[in-house]
Design a protein around this ligand. Structure first.
Ligand SMILES: Nc1nc2c(c(=O)[nH]1)N[C@H]1C(S)=C(S)[C@@H](COP(=O)(O)OP(=O)(O)OC[C@H]3O[C@@H](n4cnc5c(=O)[nH]c(N)nc54)[C@H](O)[C@@H]3O)O[C@H]1N2
Ligand SMILES: Nc1nc2c(c(=O)[nH]1)N[C@H]1C(S)=C(S)[C@@H](COP(=O)(O)OP(=O)(O)OC[C@H]3O[C@@H](n4cnc5c(=O)[nH]c(N)nc54)[C@H](O)[C@@H]3O)O[C@H]1N2
Ligand code: SF4
Ligand SMILES: [Mo]
Length: 729
């Protein structure tokens, strides 16, 4: 038996884990690491299942090649040669924009994903770069870009010190937080109330988070911008503001807010005017307060305006960049000044003219790029760690379009609803065979903190790491061929990083020789060397050796004010009223008079799911983790629903089991995403198939400013249905 320590790679909470392994490498148990200074031993059911997940017999171990509808195992050399022929054939015949790439959610966690996504996209040289960002948080980046001149200036609520927390469109008690790395959020929320603080939640569902709160308000889906504008209006009209940072545009903001009186917005958002005014007064009066929102409002209409308003309220109440408010993490790794000052829309998508943000185009329009003939039509795809058929709006349409591709290669451990459409699937090693450093999430931790996890198990002879697979793909795309050495790309990347670092004003290695620095780096693989470099260039003077010597992680202290370092605006001030938002605010004003849809669909996350890919773990499916339609009992009665309901939208229909619950507001139904595994070769998942919620979501509807998908507030009709397969109906 031996013990190994590791950061859980599954969600944003970055919990420390303590694994016990048998001599043969089999995982005996997974517990929380009580010596981790951030997670203090916290673990959830998914983290506890990491061993079972990692040992899943349905995981791919060798590359798979599809011929017609038959899959066969292949060696790595043959697989990479097939990729070279497939990809370069399309590039030569149709040009580089004919290849698209999608980076799915886990590429934000894995070192292979984080370090090699950029180089792979660059080597492909295509404008068709897509990632989970545009079905998730791109509105937040755009709002931060416009406000702070820095799309990466994402603040986190200082949950452990705040007196008042207002949460909308997030359910951290079940999702464990998002762009907000704070293990054991349920415990942190309870502690907030124990010390006399207040929590208010606005959500179309009374969630577990709402149950932990002092107050819950039902808000109609897609109308948070109205609710928040009502708060801004009150703060300004009642002189409740206490701005503590340098801003510009306060007058313009007052003008923009004028139409959004609490009385005008109340009938739209469903929150009474008195409650809106009281919310504003309480936020202003609290010694410290933080407003936090996430995926519920990012993936809804007016996503960008809503993200902007959240920070506007944090600024107006004096809570931006101060303890107890919302603050910026100071990560251990260097922050390269990328994207400052912020620019977007540097190019647009071919078919719908949607804007580029952070080098990417919106996933919602990928299907148009696949289906629409003409120069630049997408004819090949590279996907890494994603399952677009279940995750993208109108996923089934996208799935049909993917079947017409000339070539598709996926880096994924599973044959899932999307990768089964590929020609080649390249499986990464098991999680426990890879080093882990949550580079992105460690920039949004609730305390400054760092932790590195070396591989627990060795690679097999001849088995490439995920970094090597990604590097190979990049080298193939760059025309260097399937035989090229991944280490060459690592050296190129290290050289670029160290050169940039030695030229950065204020850098601890400013003016030093990059070659000399390269010789000092330590690490067993490309990603480890890159991490060592980023740590040495970082603000704490740490190195990989320091992190290896501290397997439980290192606490780097509480968050401290640092807005000045984060700001990227030309004026050096926060832009309270960016003119780029004007058209959307006009549209929002028009929305005040528009009648709402009778019935709308929203999503929800489930404690034992993680998007589309944990449903093959027996301990995580069944019981409460089922794909059901939540419907308010009043709607059940009015619609005459029995055990099943047929839900129809502009794009498609599904039949799902009905779960009547007072926890959802009337006029709203909720279906979780990530299900729809009928016919899957993943045996457990197929037995708990559920339906694909993204059959109902509409790819033609986006948040216009950011291009983000809209999953919440989808107009639907709901009618009684017989159980599928029962023969009647
Ligand atoms: N209707 C609706 N749709 C949604 C959402 C919603 O709220 N409602 N949420 C959206 C959001 S926020 C997101 S982030 C997306 C997520 O959607 P995707 O980006 O598709 O990500 P996942 O569903 O998490 O799929 C992860 C895939 O990565 C693979 N994987 C796991 N670990 C690794 C690894 O280490 N390496 C590699 N190469 N692969 C790995 C898994 O096998 C799985 O196939 O879904 C979006 N879709
Ligand atoms: N257990 C679990 N954890 C996860 C995931 C998972 O699938 N399962 N996925 C991970 C990923 S990829 C992400 S991005 C994060 C997301 O983390 P969160 O942002 O916390 O996501 P959700 O739990 O979906 O919470 C969104 C909430 O918004 C509500 N909502 C829907 N529409 C609206 C609206 O218009 N207005 C308002 N105010 N609320 C609305 C929903 O009812 C829901 O309660 O979670 C991560 N963690
Ligand atoms: S909360 Fe997230 S990071 Fe923590 S154990 Fe669960 S899945 Fe892993
Ligand atoms: Mo996400």
């Amino acid at each position: 038996m031996r013990t190994a320590y590791r950061t859980c790679p599954i969600c944003d909470a970055v919990c420390g884990l303590r694994l016990t392994l048998e001599g043969n490498g089999k995982v005996r148990s997974v517990k929380g690491d009580s010596d981790d200074p951030l997670s203090h031993g916290y673990i959830c059911p998914k983290g506890a299942s990491l061993g079972v997940l990692d040992e899943d017999p349905d995981r791919l171990r060798v590359p798979m090649i599809r011929e017609g509808d038959r899959w066969r195992e292949a060696g790595w050399e043959e697989a990479f040669e097939t990729v070279e022929r497939g990809l370069m054939g399309v590039v030569e015949a149709h040009g580089r924009d004919a290849v698209a790439t999608y980076f799915g959610n886990p590429t934000f966690h894995t070192m292979g994903g984080i370090f090699y996504r950029g180089p792979l996209a660059q080597a492909l040289g295509t404008r068709n770069v897509y990632s989970a960002s545009t079905i998730d948080q791109i509105p937040k980046h755009v709002a931060c870009g416009l406000l702070f001149g820095n799309a990466l200036a994402i603040s986190v609520p200082d949950v452990d010190r705040t007196d008042h927390l207002f949460i909308l469109g997030a359910n951290p008690a079940e999702s464990h937080g998002s762009l907000f790395a704070a293990p054991d959020l349920p415990g942190r929320l309870r502690a907030l109330r124990r010390r006399g603080g207040k929590i208010v939640v606005a959500d179309p569902r009374r969630t577990r988070t709402a149950e932990l709160a002092d107050e819950h308000l039902f808000v109609r889906p897609g109308t948070d911008a109205c609710l928040l504008f009502g708060i801004v209006h009150t703060l300004l009209a009642e002189n409740l503001t206490a701005v503590k940072v340098e801003v510009e545009g306060l007058q313009e903001l007052t003008r923009l807010a004028a139409a959004f009186t609490p009385r005008a917005v109340a009938p739209v958002c469903g929150v009474p005017a008195e409650a809106i005014m009281r919310l504003a007064r309480e936020l202003a009066a609290a010694p410290t307060a933080a407003v936090y929102t996430r995926v519920g409002t990012c993936t809804a209409d007016f996503g960008t305006v809503t993200q902007w308003l959240v920070d506007v309220i944090n600024i107006l109440t004096g809570n931006l960049d101060r303890p107890g408010g919302v603050m910026f993490t100071k990560p251990a790794t260097v922050e390269l000044p990328m994207g400052r000052p912020f620019a977007m829309g540097r190019w647009h998508s071919r078919v719908r003219g949607l804007p580029e943000v952070l080098g990417e185009l919106p996933v919602a329009t990928l299907v148009d790029e696949l289906e629409t003939p003409g120069e630049g039509q997408v004819r090949a795809m590279v996907t890494v760690a994603g399952n677009l058929v279940l995750s993208a709006p109108n996923g089934p349409r996208l799935g049909r379009a993917l079947q017409d591709l000339e070539f598709m290669v996926c880096v994924d451990p599973y044959l899932n609803e999307t990768t089964r459409l590929a020609h080649v699937v390249l499986p990464p090693p098991r999680t426990l065979q890879m080093p882990h450093y949550d580079l992105l999430l460690l920039t949004v931790t609730v305390r400054n903190y760092t932790r590195f996890s070396p591989p627990v198990l060795p690679l097999e002879a001849g088995q490439p790491s995920e970094a090597e697979i990604m590097a190979k793909l990049a080298l193939i795309a760059a025309g260097k061929g399937a035989q090229a050495d991944p280490a060459d790309l690592d050296e190129l990347m290290l050289g670029e990083l160290l050169t940039a670092g030695t030229q950065m004003p204020g850098s601890p290695v400013m003016g030093r020789d990059p070659g000399e620095l390269r010789a000092e780096l330590e690490g067993d693989s490309g990603p480890e060397l890159l991490l060592d470099a980023m740590l040495r260039l970082g603000p704490y003077g740490l190195s990989l050796a320091d992190l290896r010597a501290n397997p439980h992680g290192i606490d780097l202290g509480p968050l401290e004010p640092r807005l000045e370092e984060m700001l990227g605006t030309d004026s050096g001030r926060v832009r309270l009223a960016p003119p780029e938002l004007t058209s959307e605010i006009t549209r929002l004003r028009e929305r005040l008079d528009a009648p709402p849809a009778d019935m709308v669909l929203i999503g929800r996350r489930q404690l034992r799911s993680n998007n589309s890919w944990l449903h093959n773990v027996p301990t995580l499916v069944g019981g409460s983790n089922r794909c059901t339609l939540h419907v308010n009992p009043a709607d059940v009665a009015e619609l005459g629903l029995g055990n099943h309901a047929r839900v129809r939208s502009a794009t498609g229909e599904v039949v799902a089991p009905v779960e009547a619950t007072e926890a959802i507001m009337p006029g709203v139904v909720s279906l979780p995403h990530g299900w729809g595994h009928a016919g899957s070769v993943q045996r457990v998942a197929a037995a708990h198939a559920g339906v694909n919620a993204n059959t109902l979501t509409d790819d033609s509807v986006v948040d216009p400013l950011s291009g983000n998908a809209v999953f919440n507030g989808v107009p639907v009709t709901v009618a009684p249905a017989a159980e599928p397969g029962s023969g009647d109906g």
